[in-house]
Design a protein around this ligand. Structure first.
Ligand code: COA
Length: 216
């Protein structure tokens, strides 16, 4: 199942969150060689792992097998702070109903056609957004996702032109949240029912921005 973790319930998941930062190090630094993320403590933590981050972790028993991160776009996020130029055609997309998606992973033993971890995380993302009234997801992603999005029935459009970043071709993209995508993703792996666990969470996971000055 996919566990929703925010600042409101992270005290229930400190061990799993710590495991997830170490898995992120093994995947992004050791495996993918994103050396800018290297740290001596072998935890992959960046400036967007703040109280505003929302983690969706795939847990099997007590073990982390996959996950991803959302950051509200009204808060500083990767596209606004590091890659705003990638959105130069359509402009940065920010709002209370838009979150930024980063750091999706499945541990190596849970990847490939025999595994459903990736699809569970993706279904969890869509279900979470539908529950929370989030209509769009933005992402700075490598272009190899584009053909995968077609298979997954993800409706996406670019916000700018692709650009080479180190050895990767990346593009800023906005994805529409839809019931159809959730249904399609679940059907691909025969996933039934809700995939989300909201242990210790009462009410919405996203902050109420109504009293705050907007960043955008
Ligand atoms: N470069 C290019 N294509 C990739 C890729 C990469 N780094 N990673 C995955 N793909 C594409 C390929 O088409 C691949 O099929 P192939 O192995 O036949 O070429 C397909 O996605 C399926 O990937 P796979 O790894 O078998 O498994 P999955 O669908 O179960 O899981 C991920 C997908 C992304 C969750 C998993 O590959 C992963 O955790 N990768 C490391 C973390 C990562 O790079 N995340 C994305 C950036 S945040």
């Amino acid at each position: 199942m996919i566990h929703v973790i925010t600042k409101a319930n992270r005290h229930l998941y400190e061990r799993q969150l710590e495991e997830h930062f170490r898995i992120r190090y093994d995947i992004y630094v050791v495996e993918r060689k994103w050396m800018a993320l290297d740290r001596p403590d072998r935890r992959e933590v960046d400036q967007f792992d703040t109280d505003d981050a929302i983690y969706l972790l795939a847990l099997e028993g007590d073990r982390v097998v996959g996950g991803t991160r959302f950051v509200p776009t009204l808060r500083p996020h990767l596209m606004s702070e590091v890659f705003p130029h990638l959105a130069s055609v359509a402009g940065l997309q920010r709002g209370p109903d838009i979150v930024e998606w980063t750091r999706i992973f499945a541990v190596p033993s849970k990847r490939g056609s025999d595994s459903k971890t990736f699809h569970m995380v993706l279904a969890g993302m869509m279900e979470f957004c539908l529950d929370e009234g989030i209509n769009f997801i933005t992402v700075v992603m490598e272009t190899w996702w584009l053909p995968r999005f077609l298979d997954l029935k993800l409706r996406a459009r670019p916000l700018g032109l692709p650009e080479q970043v180190e050895d990767m071709l990346v593009v800023a993209t906005i994805i529409e949240v839809s019931e159809e995508t959730l249904t399609a993703v679940k059907a691909l792996k025969n996933i039934e029912g809700s995939v989300l666990v909201r242990r210790g969470l009462n009410g919405w996971a996203l902050p109420d921005y109504s009293q705050e000055r907007r960043y955008a």
